[in-house]
Each structure stands twice: as C-alpha cells, then as structure tokens.
Write a protein that binds this ligand. Sequence first.
Ligand SMILES: [Zn+2]
Length: 432
Amino acid sequence: MQTPQIKDNNYLDMEFRPLQEQEEIQRDLIKHMLVYIKENSPFYQKSLSEYCDKDFNELPFTTKEDIAKHNRDLLCVPENQIAESVSTSGSTGKPVYLHLTSTDLHRLADVEGRAFSSMGIKNGDKVLLAVTLDRLFMAGMAYYLGVAKAGARSLRIGPGQLGGIIELIKELKPQSIVAVPSTLKMLCERLQDEGVPNPLKKALLIGEPIRDDIGESTPHARYIQETTGMQLFSSYGISEIQGSFVECDKGCGAHLHTDLMHVEITNEDGQILKDGEYGEVVITSLGVTGMPLLRFKTGDIASLDTTPCLCGRKSPRISPIRGRLAQRLKVKGVNIFPNQVYRALDRIEDVTDYYIEAHEHSPGCDRLIVHCHTENNSLSEKDLASTLGTFLRVTPEVIFSHESVIKSTIRSHSNRKTARFIDRRPSVNKNK
Ligand SMILES: [Zn+2]
C-alpha cells in the first residue's frame, strides 16, 4: 500500500511562500492523492475508473450522502488501522461517521497547531478549551491536539457550567480560550459582574461567525472586544476534510493551508468561480490516509481572496461563511441567506429580538417573514421592512410580536442549530 506524502512540519512556512510555488507543490500533492485513493479506496476505484485523463476540475464531487452511503468503501486502510472514529454534528440529517488513522491524528494536530501558532500562542501559554471534547465531535479533540502541537498547555473544561470555568480562570489564569462567541460573551459578562479580573487576551471562536461578509463584527464580537480588549480570531472548520482555517491577526479572512487542503468555490453547475465571487466551498483533503475525500461539497457559501495578506502570508483566504446552501432563499429573484437577515436586524437598534420564517410562494420563489420585537414604538412594520430592504436588496414581510412569543418560538426550535430560522418550505422539509 502506498502512503500519501506526509511531511510533518516540512511545509510550516508554506503559506509564506509565493502563491505560484504553493500551487506547484499542491499540484504534486493532488497527483499523489489521486493515485492513493484510486489504489486504496473501493469507492474511488469505481467512481474514478472512467475519468482517466481528465483535468482535476472535471473529476466527480464527493457529497455528504456519499460518505453516509459508502462509508466503508471510502476507507483506504484496513479497519484495524483506524485510531479514532468521529461523527459530524448531523445538522443536515443523520450523523455521518468519519475514520482517522494515527497518521491522520498527527496531521490534524499539525493543522490546529498552525492555527494556534498563527494566533501567537506558544510554549508556556495556557489555553482554556471551553468546547465539547466528547460525543464523537472532532473540533474539541482537534484543538486539544493543536494546543499540544503548539507547545502550550490545555485546560479541558468543556462548554458546561460557567461557574466551573470562572473557578478555573481564578486559579490558573489562562491567557487564551477556544469557545463559541455566545458562550464567551456570557463568560465575559459574568467575570465583570463578579469582579473577577479577566486574564484572557486571545480567543479562537468556533461555530458562529464573528464577522459578516463585509467584514463588520457581529454584536457578540463587538461587545467582547469593546469590554475586554480581547483579540478575536474567527475559524471555519469542516470535520469531513479533517481541518480548519483560522484568521491571522489582520482579521481579513481565514488562511488556507495549501499543502493540507485544496479549496475551490463553485457555482450551481459545478464550475469554478473567480476570486471574490460567492459559491459553494468544495475541498479536497491532502495527506489524509484513512478517509481522504476528493472535491467534497461542504454546502457552505463563501468566496476566496488570492491577494497577499498584510501579515506576509501568500496563501489564499476564505471569506466568512455567508450561509448554508440548504438555507438559501430566493425572494423576488434575489438570493439571500438567514445570516444576512440576522446581520441586518442586528444593525437596527430598536430591534431587541427576532426570528425569521421561510415559506414557499411558488416553486423556486420563497416568502421571507421577519418576526421581531422593537423596544420603543418609533418604527412601524412598514418602516422596518423598508429599512431591511435597503440592507438586503429585497423587502421582507415584517410582523411585530411580543418578546415572550419570540423567545418561546426560538426555544421550541432550539434543538436545531438554527433556532432563529424556521424553514417551512415543503421542498426543504421533505428531505428531513
Ligand atoms: Zn494574514
């Protein structure tokens, strides 16, 4: 069995090399990956058999459904070489299992170690991991490996009770934290209320965006920065390709690790889009031995920027995720994502709480209803609809509701990741 080229640390300076050189190295790694999966994965042996002399961008995509359906056939190693199995959070359906060899765990440590190093975390630093470390989630485990790789110390508290996190902060005074933005905001508020000095200087934020697609901070991120002065780093992680991308301290997109993953942005027909154009993020994992994936369709919408960054890195950067493909709405001919509606609502001071609802108006044409509560009655439903229209390029329907009604609606849907988005479109619900 041929092993893919794993050169631990060999490419640590990869992202600083000229982009052309990065692309040349990447082409070699892709060639190697293709040979490896054709030789070792029954799934790719079959699916690639008719694509002998095709260019890379003509090769077939791999979907989440493929991983669920052909789980064993995607494996490139015998089962006794699997060191860890994880599952994705199942936000789009049933959990999907992924299998990693011990080599893959080293690669994962390398990916996340780079994230911490680019944040300036080093030997002697303490990193509080306030994220889920069990339940087959990959992220927490990956960050744990990354902290060790960066030579720092892990404090594995998990996301649970804030009281326990505060005790640990008092006792061991960590300088950095990995958390979801809403948890970090609550933690900062509690520290302030209880008069506990906040030693945290840097935060790696996962799960929720901290910037919108024009680069403006979300209200949670703004609150944390203004009240604590903490440096915030946004990240985008994808379990299926065993990796994540983290912003550098310039905060203008997350840098790609060109030796570990190949990223494309594609349109609905699968064609590759230009720099700055938004489309689906498609990723090929490089250097993975257990379950490498070719052109995996993530279902996330973002764009790429290949101009050099002010930090000196020349690897392309990926924008904040605009939304999930499955949540895209088409309202009066305009494509729109729930995240964009949230950001617009967050900018209007009088709006204190909200949720949004999507209905199908006719095939391919959706209705967007914004249910919200406003603080002082200075705005009418019509005023608010037209203000939202200027931000969103399409005017939604607005219905004012009592705060308690909004809160209970969000709570009753809170077992789903997107509690503020209620999708009543039949085409979406029939797949669930
Ligand atoms: Zn940078």
